[in-house]
Design a protein around this ligand. Structure first.
Ligand code: FES
Length: 338
């Protein structure tokens, strides 16, 4: 997942990094490509407390780790609920969730992490969800409704049949919710600019879903004179809705100083993939920029850090290390300590 960089709220749970065993107690098909998973703690003790917008990391039987937003009620820590879109061109995590995990399976999950938290300000909250982006947004809507705050939700999908968690959304106050089905015709989709122009400028705006929707909301919110600090977004990466290609742009060279090699990293490959193809082994686990396993020394050049809040601001500025599984280069060439 990636988050609005300027608006990031680091709400990392105090127990982040710890893992618990949970049983898959229920799986339901929300749509043709989205399943909901209910996870119940194996030890019978309550799960960690969490706030709307949080996600958890799931360790799959293959060892693959993926992160998914919590879609349940934050007041219920007896069970966590996740929504998972089956990626057609994913790296296998969502396929394993859909095809391998069955009810009764025991897996591990991490303590929740929240980089997409609701603002406490008593102002209108505008929630915009596209497709599977409903998962964090639904928990936010529940909290706002429960707290009696002012909010509106616009839920954009192709058709009612593609609309996950429909009953949950319908259970919210109907006057606050609008479903937008474009039937595959973008001209029938949400008019983001009109919506933002009609919203009070002090509103807090949250968007989660496909990259195109997120970009439209960010761009149009600026056009409608919203302050940057009032726009919050979360995009799913390899484990979610954002096509990987969209976060990889431009080719560059890497020089491997110890191996005495120069390689080109094309736009559609990560550094890690290029290294692998050359038979150069760098350990990796998450391949999404949050475990730190692939951290590699940088001797020259400026990395384009795309890790998931793994590096501290000082480490980023020093440009001395980078995650080769997802980060790229701001310079034509990087010299790596490999
Ligand atoms: S493999 Fe986890 S940060 Fe790169």
């Amino acid at each position: 997942m990636v988050f609005g960089p300027k608006f990031r709220m680091d709400m990392t749970h105090t127990m982040a990094g710890s893992w618990r065993k949970v049983r898959v107690s229920r799986i339901t098909c929300e749509t043709e490509r989205i399943k909901a998973f209910e996870l119940t703690p194996e030890d019978g003790q309550p799960l960690w407390s969490w706030a709307a917008g949080a996600h958890t990391r799931v360790k799959l039987p293959s060892g693959t780790v993926r992160q998914y937003s919590l879609v349940g009620d934050p007041d219920d820590v007896s069970t966590y609920r996740l929504g998972v879109l089956r990626e057609l061109a994913g790296r296998g995590g969502s396929a394993e969730m859909h095809e391998v995990l069955c009810e009764g399976a025991v897996i591990e999950i991490s303590a929740p992490i929240n980089n997409f938290a609701l603002d406490d300000e008593q102002v209108p909250h505008l929630l915009i969800a596209g497709g599977i982006g409903i998962t964090p947004i639904l928990s936010m809507a529940r909290v706002l409704a429960k707290e009696g705050r002012e909010w509106r939700l616009f839920y954009c999908t192709r058709t009612p049949a593609d609309t996950a968690f429909l009953q949950d959304v319908r259970a919210l106050e109907s006057r606050c919710v609008e479903f937008v089905h474009d039937e595959g015709d973008a001209s029938r989709g949400l008019n983001v600019l009109d919506l933002l122009r009609s919203a009070p400028l002090e509103s807090q705006v949250y968007v989660c879903g496909p990259r195109g929707l997120i970009d439209a909301v960010i761009y149009k919110a600026k056009e409608a004179n919203f302050q940057d600090s009032r726009i919050h977004w979360e995009a799913f990466t390899a484990s979610g809705t954002q096509p990987k290609e969209e976060r990889i742009a431009g080719s560059f060279e890497i020089e491997l100083r110890r191996s005495d090699k120069i390689l080109t990293v094309p736009p559609d490959k990560t550094i890690l993939q290029v290294l692998r193809a050359e038979g150069i082994h760098v350990k990796s686990v998450c391949e999404e920029g949050y475990c730190g396993t692939c951290l590699t020394g940088v001797l020259e050049g400026v990395p384009d850090h795309r890790d998931d809040d793994l590096l501290t601001p000082e480490e980023r500025e020093s440009n001395a290390v980078m995650t080769v599984c997802c980060s790229r280069s701001k310079t034509a060439k990087l010299v790596l300590d490999l």
